[in-house]
Write a protein that binds this ligand. Structure first.
Ligand code: DGL
Length: 270
């Protein structure tokens, strides 16, 4: 039993898609979300920059007493997770990688598409998993150009978002993809727009949210770190962004729950 929080890190607000899944699946667990915000997007940055930013952010979460760290960012996972595991061998880490396997196992057309940042598509884990299915499945790779910025601005229902999504997704569907794997934690916020663009075509959008929750639960058991059943979870938020960024982060996190409840829980750290 351990009531310490789970730390969840992302370059910005995208990791809140993972935060929401974990909060729902593991309602006893306290969570600290750290969205860098000031240096987002990470996707086009150099390997060394991403590594440095991720190390700094994880150190902050560990200083807060987190018992486990979820790198809710495919890009940071691709660059930094192995290094972090070596630095902190006693801390369980969960990373994000594109859900290639379920897509490859269920495709009917034999073609799947993976959408991610340029840096995440270079990640060893992704390359390794893709190679495993390369003989049986055609894997198309595409960068969601502009997607991260649109989500950071909270404009995922705008005309610009629809144009950006259409220009990335249409060519993939034309090439036969019937599964679109979201390999960036910002992209699930664009899912409704993607589904509108897909329309009634037989194309499924797949993200990693559920798989990450299963892995977190598994590690909590393995390390005997579950919070006491029925305990009141605390949700805290940290960012390097400004006050406006912090407010928008809270608003996105809580989505439809009352503002008062959100205010009770929030902690500013910018
Ligand atoms: N949310 C991120 C990911 O999953 C990072 C996007 C970015 O900062 O470019 O890759």
């Amino acid at each position: 039993m351990n009531n310490a929080p789970i730390g969840i890190f992302d370059s910005g607000m995208g990791g809140l898609s993972v935060w929401q899944e974990i909060a729902e699946a593991l309602p006893d667990e306290s969570l600290i979300f750290f969205g860098d915000g000031a240096r987002c997007p990470y996707g086009d940055r150099s390997h060394d920059e991403i590594l440095q930013f991720t190390i700094e952010s994880v150190a902050r979460l560990l200083d807060e007493g987190c018992k486990m760290i979820v790198i809710a960012c495919n890009t940071a996972t691709a660059v930094a997770i192995e290094y972090l595991r070596q630095c902190y061998p006693d801390t369980p880490f969960v990373g994000l990688e594109p859900a290639v396997k379920p897509a490859a196992l269920t495709t009917k057309s034999g073609t799947i598409a993976v959408l991610a940042t340029a840096r995440a598509l270079e990640g060893e884990l992704f390359l390794h998993t893709s190679a495993q299915f390369a003989d049986s499945v055609n894997i198309l790779k595409a960068v969601g150009e502009g997607f991260v910025e649109i989500v950071e601005r909270g404009e995922e229902y705008s005309a610009e978002a629809e144009t950006a999504v259409r220009s990335v997704i249409e060519p993939l569907i034309e090439k036969g993809a019937d599964k679109i794997v979201l390999g960036c934690t910002h992209y699930p916020f664009l899912r409704p727009t993607m589904e509108r663009v897909i329309g009634d075509r037989d194309v499924e959008v797949i993200d990693s949210g559920r798989a990450v929750c299963r892995r977190v639960a598994q590690l909590l058991d393995e390390y005997d770190l579950r919070a006491e059943q029925g305990s009141e979870p605390l949700y805290e938020f940290m960012t390097l962004g400004d006050d406006d960024y912090f407010d928008r982060m809270i608003y996105r996190a809580y989505g439809c729950i009352g503002e008062e409840e959100a205010e009770d829980d929030e902690q500013t750290d910018n």
